[in-house]
Ligand binder design. Structure first.
Ligand SMILES: [Zn+2]
Length: 225
């Protein structure tokens, strides 16, 4: 069953305080439409009862896909590399087989779900994304603000990302060959084999990819071998 808590929310438009029921966790086995509610953001919509103002309300949310064995914990703006929730570890005793991730925002939650559903290794994906984002920075002359996986096509031998670049966060689609992902997967298997079985929820995003790449480089292996 989905778990709700009541939270006082102040309307940013009319300043009215109201208690709001917020869904803080759900699993796909008991709530078949929870995935849809994340992708259309129903779970994160908030509407003022007084003035009708509606906005995106980003709040903590735990997504549990029991069949595919992954849990993704949205903790808004989380920057820590890992979060250990002892209560959760105690509650789900067989959690060591489950991939557990924390994400800092709704877009990353959607991305992580799509990535795990497609059977993609998210660590290899983040290494690929980092390499591709460097290409985007070179091509556009702007820094990459954020980037998300959009599609993998085995027939076309390609993997695609949507980046947001520059001060105005313009959308920029960049595709690369699957070999880049496959090579990244080999690196993960060889140099980070135990990361996946650790206790706690890992933050596997671009910061992780940057430090992983540093570790890999300092291990004495050239990235282009
Ligand atoms: Zn209002």
């Amino acid at each position: 069953m989905a778990i709700f808590i009541t939270k006082p929310v102040t309307c940013p438009k009319c300043a009215q305080n109201s208690d709001t029921a917020v869904m803080i966790s759900a699993n796909t086995a008991e709530d078949a439409d929870v995935r849809q509610k994340i992708f259309d953001e129903t779970i994160f919509r908030w509407k003022c009862k007084k003035c009708g103002f509606s906005t995106r309300y980003q709040h903590p949310f735990l997504y549990n896909d029991i069949d595919r064995k992954f849990m993704i914990y949205l903790i808004p703006h989380v920057a820590r590399p890992k979060v250990v929730d002892q209560k959760l570890e105690d509650e789900f005793t067989d959690m060591r087989d489950v991939r557990k991730r924390i994400v800092p925002d709704i877009n990353s939650l959607k991305e992580k779900i799509a990535v795990f559903e497609r059977g993609i290794d998210d660590m290899a994906l983040e290494l690929t994304k980092l390499a591709v984002s460097d290409v985007v920075t070179k091509e556009t002359g702007h820094n990459v603000y954020a980037g998300y996986y959009t599609d993998m096509d085995e027939e076309k031998n390609s993997i695609s990302f949507q980046f947001f670049v520059g001060g105005d966060k313009r959308s920029y689609i960049q595709t690369t060959r699957l070999e880049v992902y496959k090579r990244s997967r080999d690196i993960v298997k060889r140099y980070f084999p135990k990361e996946n079985r650790k206790m706690g929820f890992l933050n596997i995003g671009m910061s992780w990819a940057r430090s992983a790449l540093e570790k890999y480089k300092s291990s004495g292996s050239g990235i282009d071998k």
